[in-house]
Design a protein. Structure first.
Length: 78
């Protein structure tokens, strides 16, 4: 069985959680050896998991929320 990027993306969470069977893990590993995009997505997803699990609280810069809402409003109305 040969998998493509779409298959890797569908299973990325299960792959990180070690919840894919041995054959699928081997196929994903082979794909990741040659696919820079999927390797980057895997690394980014792992980073997000680490950040979400982090108990630290970060203070946003003054005015950040207001600027974010203004930007979103502009993007959504254009």
């Amino acid at each position: 069985m040969r998998i493509d990027c779409k298959h890797v993306w569908d299973y990325i969470s299960d792959y990180i959680d070690d919840e894919v069977d041995t054959e699928l893990r081997a196929e994903i590993d082979r794909h990741l050896e040659t696919c820079e995009l999927c390797s980057a997505i895997l690394d980014s997803t792992r980073n997000v998991v680490v950040l979400v699990a982090d108990d630290r609280v970060f203070e946003l810069p003054a005015g950040f929320s207001e600027r974010l809402h203004q930007r979103l409003e502009r993007e959504l109305t254009t």
